[in-house]
Design a protein around this ligand. Sequence first.
Ligand SMILES: [Zn+2]
Length: 77
Amino acid sequence: MPIYDFHCLACDRVFERIVRADVLPACPHCAAEQVEKLVSMPAAPGKSAGIIASARRRAAQEGHLSNFGSSGKAGKT
Ligand SMILES: [Zn+2]
């Protein structure tokens, strides 16, 4: 099951929901329906270890594991 991150435009909070790809859930904090899906939000250390692990697995299958450094996030400065 994919877990998506959403940003509530009403209260400016971010939350995670397991939903179908074409469904926008209501905000659990203020019940507003003005939410946007965050497609590629940087994972917080520790919190989304499972998401990072699955991303690494997918990257390994695609042959570019080196894109994921020891920090878990490639810095582009
Ligand atoms: Zn909200």
